[in-house]
Write a protein that binds this ligand. Structure first.
Ligand code: GTP
Length: 361
C-alpha cells in the first residue's frame, strides 16, 4: 500500500437508473446523459485525469454495455478504464468491494452523478495530514433534509452521520458530497457479494470501531444531476463558465462553439453561450438564445426560436415552433408552430413525443 505520493486510482459509482430522471434514462444510464454533447462520465473521467488519476474503475450494474461500448479501455480519453459489473446492485460500498481487485493503493470514490470542481490534491493532503482511513468531502447546502448530514469535531473528525434528517433533526448544513478518499484495508470490513452502503453501513461501523474518519469541507461548485431541472442547470452553468470543464474549454457568456459542417443561415440570430453539434442546420430567421446545447444532426426550421434548452442528437424543430427551458431527447420531432415551455420531451414507444414536466418535486 502506498502511504505517500499522488493518487492514481479511483472508482466511479455508476449505479441505478436515476428514477427522478426517467424517461431520459430509459435507454441511457444517468452518467451517460449528454452534457455539452459529451457523456457526463467523460467529464468526470477527464476531471480525474486532470489530477493525475489515470487508473479508473467503473462500478456498474444498469445497462453496462451502453457504457463499455462507448468508453472502451479509456485510451481515447487518455486513461486506463476497468469495469466491475454487478449482477445485481451491491450498494455503494458493495460495488467498491466488487472492484477490490483493481485497488492496491489509497484511492478515490466518486458518485457517478455529481459534478464538482473539488481540489482532489488538496483533499488528499488533508487525508494524509489527519492520518485518516476515510475522508469524506463535505459541501454546505441551505436545506440538508434530502441529503446525508455529517457532523465533525473542531479537528474535522467525523462524530455522527444523519441520513435525510427531518427539520427537527438538522444539526449541521454540511452534507456528504459523494467523493471519498479511502485506504484499501478498509474494504476488509465490507462483506463480499452483499448489498452494503457506505452511508448507512461502513461509515457508521468505522465510527463505532473508533477508526479515523474525517470530513473535508470545501466551498467550490457541487451539483447532483439527479433531476431534469438540475441536469439543465448543469449544462447552463458550464455554458456560462460558472464552473470550468475540460472537454470544451473557453466557454462563456458570448461563446458560440460549433462542431463540423454546421450550417447557420445568415439571417438566423444566435446569441451565446451556445454549443452546436456536427452537421446541425439552423434555418432562415431562426433564433437561438443561449444558454443552449444543440446535439449533432439537429434541424431548426424557419422562424423557429429556442431559449435555454438542451437538444439531444437528431432533434428536428418545425417552422415557427418556440421552445423555452426544455430538454428534448434523441430524434424527437417538434411540430411547426408548437409552443413548448418547461418540458422534457422524449420519444414515446409509439414514435410520438411524450412530454413531462421539467420540474419534479
Ligand atoms: P440513483 O438515483 O438510484 O442513481 O441514486 P441516488 O442519486 O439516489 O444516489 P445514492 O446515494 O443511492 O447513490 C450514490 C451514487 O452511488 C450514485 O451515483 C448511484 O448511482 C451509485 N450507486 C448507488 N447504488 C449503487 C449500486 O448498487 N451499485 C453501483 N455500482 N452504484 C450505486
Amino acid at each position: 500500500m502506498l502511504e505517500s505520493g499522488a493518487l492514481s486510482e479511483a472508482v466511479i459509482l455508476v449505479g441505478g437508473q436515476g428514477t427522478r430522471l426517467k424517461p431520459l434514462t430509459c435507454y441511457l444510464p444517468k452518467p451517460m446523459l449528454p452534457v455539452l454533447n459529451h457523456p457526463f462520465l467523460e467529464h468526470t473521467i477527464t476531471y480525474l485525469k486532470g489530477y493525475g488519476v489515470g487508473d479508473i474503475t467503473l462500478a456498474l450494474n444498469y445497462l453496462p454495455e451502453a457504457i463499455q461500448g462507448c468508453l472502451g479501455d479509456g485510451s481515447r480519453l487518455g486513461v486506463s478504464l476497468n469495469y466491475a459489473v454487478e449482477a445485481s446492485p451491491l450498494g455503494t460500498a458493495g460495488a467498491v468491494k466488487n472492484a477490490e481487485r483493481y485497488l492496491d493503493s489509497t484511492f478515490a470514490v466518486l458518485n457517478g452523478d455529481i459534478f464538482t470542481d473539488l481540489d482532489i490534491t488538496d483533499m488528499l493532503a488533508f487525508h494524509r495530514r489527519k492520518g485518516a482511513k476515510v475522508t469524506i468531502a463535505l459541501t454546505r447546502v441551505d436545506n440538508p433534509s434530502a441529503f446525508g448530514v455529517v457532523e465533525t469535531d473542531s479537528d474535522g473528525r467525523v462524530e455522527r452521520f444523519t441520513e435525510k434528517p427531518g427539520p427537527e433533526r438538522i444539526t449541521s448544513n454540511w452534507i456528504n458530497a459523494g467523493t471519498y478518499i479511502i485506504e484499501p484495508e478498509v474494504l476488509g470490513y465490507v462483506p463480499e457479494n452483499s448489498h452494503y452502503m457506505f452511508e448507512r453501513g461502513l461509515f457508521p461501523l468505522l465510527l463505532e470501531l473508533n477508526e479515523p474518519v474525517y470530513g473535508y469541507p470545501f466551498s467550490g461548485y457541487w451539483l447532483d444531476m439527479g433531476t431534469p431541472e438540475k441536469y439543465l442547470c448543469l449544462n447552463c452553468d458550464l455554458l456560462l463558465n460558472k464552473v470550468s470543464n475540460h472537454l470544451i474549454p473557453g466557454l462563456g457568456r458570448e461563446s458560440i462553439s460549433c462542431g463540423e459542417d454546421v450550417i447557420i443561415h445568415p439571417s438566423a440570430r444566435v446569441t451565446g453561450p451556445v454549443v452546436i453539434g456536427s452537421r446541425s442546420q439552423i434555418g432562415r430567421r431562426a433564433s437561438i438564445t443561449g444558454p443552449i446545447v444543440i446535439g449533432a444532426d439537429c434541424y431548426l426550421g424557419e422562424d423557429a426560436g429556442i431559449e435555454e434548452a438542451i437538444l439531444w442528437d437528431g432533434v428536428s424543430i418545425g417552422a415557427g415552433a418556440r421552445l423555452k427551458q426544455c430538454i428534448v431527447g434523441t430524434s424527437c420531432r417538434i411540430a411547426g408552430g408548437e409552443q413548448v415551455v418547461d418540458c422534457v420531451v422524449t420519444q414515446g414507444d409509439s414514435g410520438l413525443p411524450n412530454r413531462g414536466r421539467l420540474r419534479v418535486d
